[in-house]
Design a protein around this ligand. Sequence first.
Ligand SMILES: Nc1ncnc2c1ncn2[C@@H]1O[C@H](COP(=O)(O)OP(=O)(O)O)[C@@H](O)[C@H]1O
Ligand SMILES: [Mg+2]
Length: 403
Amino acid sequence: MSMKPRFVDPFTPNRPIDDPDRFFGRVDPVNEMIDSLFQIKNGNPKHTIVTGDRGVGKSSLLTQIYLTAVGNNSLTDRLKIDRGVEQYDYVTVWHDVDATQTAFDLSFAILGKFESSFKKFVSGFTLEIDVAGFGKLGRDKQNPLNITQLIEEFVQRIKKVSAAAEKNKKDGVLIFIDELDRIRQDSMISSFFKLTSERLAREDVKKVGFICAGITGAVQKLEEEHASILRTFRDVPLPRFEQEETAQILLDGFNKACHKCTMQNLPLKAQGVTVGLPEPIHLLGSEMLSVDSDGELDEVDFENAIKKIVTDVRRNKLASLLRLAGSGKYQKIIEAMANCSEKIVPLEFIAKSISQEQSQFSTNMATLVDREIIFKPAIGKYAFADPMLKEYIKINGVLALDE
Ligand SMILES: Nc1ncnc2c1ncn2[C@@H]1O[C@H](COP(=O)(O)OP(=O)(O)O)[C@@H](O)[C@H]1O
Ligand SMILES: [Mg+2]
């Protein structure tokens, strides 16, 4: 048996794109976010929140903006985007939210990161903002810190960070917050952002910006509870990729790995199973390269890659998603959606397939959205949150239908 030469897998389904040269498209969102960097540097704070579906590329975009903010010009040069300055030189922190965090936990974590990482931006400079003192404020569970005090204490410390940045001739201070959708609904986070940004402006601290990302539906949910987060932030929605872009990402990767692709219908087929989400696009590309044996990618490799994804690579994840959907009627709905030839399934189609009036299962649909099994791209239309679930069901079927 002849072995094909070893190569580096150009696809990274499990982590955000950090190499600016592997970051595909997104000229408009990048341009909009670079504008925020420019405005903040010039004392006109513009906070942004990147929103989109899971796996659409929010963390990747945030990573690219982060790199630009600390002086890496690769992406903006390649996209020919006017930075407005030769190079950015911000003091930054990055925080991934976790599900248990309140507004206090979030601000405590941010301050801690500034204190410990400031040296990285200005060597030999020690930033003192009494993070320990801030931490003590939140310790009394009987007597929780109220939001007014929290903002006061947080803003005074951020003011010091900003002054230290200014003193060291930095462009300003950026706070990157990813996975904002994970935050609890009672975390007070929307009020926190609104009040913090207002307070910073009033204190004349204008070179501090928040740059966040979160899943669309979950961010809207935060909206319902509290002050409008989308009024404080400029929303940068990230769309899924178009068919031709999907194909381009795959072909770029194949090319990088020195493989040929002979599939004429690659754009159509790939868009069908990935719905233009870069996460499954990378997964598909990676597995097509892995199942291929002759350096030439064809339809057999495509089918085998899908099979490998649903029976091996992602089997456990997809099986547990299917269980999470619920039993009985839920499985019927899921099965109907998987049988639809369209990726975005009209409610009427489901009603017809399961022989029920829409009103008889509309709460089930809402529950499936809540469980993040499906999402609602438009009124009366539904799609699988993980498009590979559809492929899984086509091969394995749904769970037993008896209630
Ligand atoms: N602009 C892009 N070009 C190429 N690949 C991308 C792009 N954006 C995201 N990806 C890929 O898609 C996958 C999911 O991206 P990620 O940024 O983690 O999404 P999200 O944070 O929205 O869940 C990653 O594997 C990443 O490599
Ligand atoms: Mg992410």
